[in-house]
Design a binder for this molecule. Structure first.
Ligand code: G4P
Length: 557
């Protein structure tokens, strides 16, 4: 009899797994959700995270997520930065159970330390929660992060926060998302009033009201549910506000779109929620709907075709590396997103890039300041592995037939600076540091096309990335360096390579450099100069993202 083992989703050659194990795996996958929050600083990510964790019983007390006051002030004071890294990094992933499900919240370090790490984390997420401040709407960092989500077509859930304060019109906020991001919206609930007159939301599917009761600042507000009828009879809400909300809701219904899960999972339609994280209003309804609507750990493309999470053999990829997580131990951790199969402690896995077998004896789960050895993990989970320099961003680990996941793309840098080594006798350490930090994905490295100018150009998405590189060169490699900013803000890879560039001839207002794979990259002062080039040479194919390379070793410094 054909059992579940013989269905087409399970590749041959994985005979060691028996059906009950497979059923357990399928169940674990079905119970898992994973997401990252994308937002601009101050939209309320920390606050929302805390409230979500409270529902999961993961923390006893709001305020335990991180020492926020300290985190805020940090700019370039390095003692502080260490502290900050210690705090925000240990919360790389927060796992909690809610309503019988296991939820993994991948933390995107969102504040001053905005960097490529933030982007890479999104490569490991199956869903994103886009958090907006109702008074501000879309903000720059959110837009950038959204673009990355779009690249991967991951489902986006929108939470409009701070409804307890005066904000913009809800319809206007949705319109902005639809117009500017090209993302259709489907409000799951709709606000009644706003600011001082915020009374709660109407659940669009049940048509029930969830009433907001203003509590003392920082305190959880109570949520009371009643029907429209009851609200009218008891006068719980001013008729005028209720009428307006119902009218707007009708308008939305008239617009016709359905809550089509396929569109949601394709990242084309965003379920929208209104609430107030600080007062804990609307967080639970959001969590409930999220569990219902979010994408389960998803299948992923690989060199061996699409890999389903219920493939019996464990597989996963490294999406983030972190050194010195614990300054006392100077350790390095590689974060692995589990993509298929069950992961077990002490498992021996294959490392796709080097072909070596590795025994994973001390996998960790990190929560707040605590670390715990994990015994097992399932698709959608994240584990931390000790990394004695073996793992690089994008590396695949697997058991069973060989697979390799698609690489994680580099992201469009926006900051460029010469990295100078004023001390020639330290060149060896300088070179070692630069090469290793590039390998680790701490920063992208570009070179001048004039070979006599040997200093590397650091290319980053955030200022902090540059500071981290300098700091680590000094503390880990013993070289003091100097940064000389280059006044460019836009980089484009020339897809046709050097021949395409030669055909175009001289380009004005632009600097040509090469990346670590000797590919031409054009640097512009601003978008306007880029636009000029586009106008002059419409056939020249450019990309803001470095095309993924595999199998080719980069040029070292
Ligand atoms: P972030 O992690 O996205 O940067 O934002 P964070 O949660 O730190 O929130 C930024 C500020 O917004 C905090 O105020 C926080 O209390 C406030 N906030 C978050 N959610 C809401 C909300 O739903 N309503 C209102 N009115 N405010 C909200 P702060 O004054 O900077 O800090 P604190 O003194 O409250 O700690």
């Amino acid at each position: 009899q054909a059992g579940p083992m013989t269905t087409s989703t399970i590749p041959p050659g994985s005979s060691s797994t028996t059906s009950p194990e497979l059923a357990a795996l399928a169940e674990a996958v079905a119970r898992r959700r994973n997401f990252a929050i994308i937002s601009h600083p101050d939209a309320g990510k920390t606050t929302l995270t805390e409230k979500l964790l409270l529902y999961g019983g993961a923390i006893q007390q709001a305020g335990a997520v991180k020492a926020k006051g300290e985190q805020r002030k940090v700019t370039s004071d390095w003692m502080e930065l260490e502290k900050q890294r210690g705090i925000s990094i240990t919360s790389t992933v927060l796992q909690f159970d809610y309503a019988g499900n296991t939820i993994n919240l991948l933390d995107t370090p969102g504040h001053q330390d905005f960097s490529e790490d933030t982007y890479r984390t999104l490569a490991a997420a199956d869903n994103a929660v886009m958090l907006e401040d109702a008074a501000k709407g879309l903000e720059p960092q959110t837009r950038k992060l959204f673009e990355v989500c779009r690249m991967r077509q991951i489902p986006i859930f929108t939470f409009i926060n701070k409804m307890d304060r005066p904000g913009r019109e809800p319809l206007e906020l949705l319109d902005e998302i639809e117009q500017q991001l090209g993302l259709a919206c489907w409000p799951v609930n709709w606000p009644i009033g706003s600011g001082d007159r915020f009374r709660g939301v109407i659940d669009r599917r049940s048509h029930n009201l969830i009433l907001f009761q203003r509590a003392e600042r920082g305190r959880a507000s109570e949520e009371k549910t009643l029907s429209v009828q009851q609200a009218r009879e008891t006068g719980a809400v001013e008729a005028e506000l209720l009428d307006q909300a119902l009218e707007e809701l009708e308008l939305l219904e008239g617009a016709g779109a359905d809550l089509d899960l396929e569109l949601v999972h394709g990242g084309e339609l965003s379920p929208v929620f209104f609430g107030s994280a600080m007062t804990n209003f609307g967080v639970r309804p959001f969590l409930d709907a999220f569990l219902e609507l979010a994408q389960r750990p998803a299948a992923r493309p690989s060199s061996a075709g699409v890999i389903e999470p219920i493939r019996p053999g464990f597989s996963g990829f490294v999406f983030k590396l972190q050194a010195n997580m614990d300054p006392r131990h100077r350790d390095r951790v590689a974060f692995v997103r589990v993509c298929s199969g069950k992961f077990e402690k002490d498992m021996t896995v294959q490392h796709a890039r080097t072909g070596r077998a590795i025994r994973l004896s001390r996998p960790q789960k990190l929560f707040g300041q605590d670390r715990e050895v994990v015994d097992d993990a399932y698709p959608g989970d994240v584990i931390g592995l000790n990394n004695p320099g073996m793992f690089a961003i994008g590396d695949t680990l697997y058991v069973g037939p060989r697979i390799e996941y698609e690489g994680i793309p580099c992201f469009t840098p926006e900051l460029f600076a010469w990295l100078r080594n004023p001390n020639p006798s330290a060149f060896k350490s300088f070179r070692k540091g630069v090469n290793e930090l590039r390998e680790e994905g701490a920063v992208q490295i570009l070179y001048d096309i004039d070979e006599s100018k040997r200093d590397p150009i650091l290319a980053a998405v955030g200022q902090l990335q540059l500071e981290v590189v300098q700091y680590r060169l000094e503390h880990e490699y013993g070289v003091q360096t100097r940064l000389e900013p280059l006044g460019f803000t836009v980089a484009r890879w020339v897809l046709g390579g050097w021949p395409a560039l030669e055909q175009v001839g001289r380009i004005f207002n632009c600097k040509t450099v090469r990346d670590a794979w000797n590919r031409p990259v054009l640097l512009f002062k601003n978008d306007w100069n880029l636009g000029q080039l586009r106008d002059d040479h419409p056939d020249l194919e450019l990309s803001g993202v470095a095309p993924v390379v595999s199998g080719v070793e980069p040029i070292a410094l």
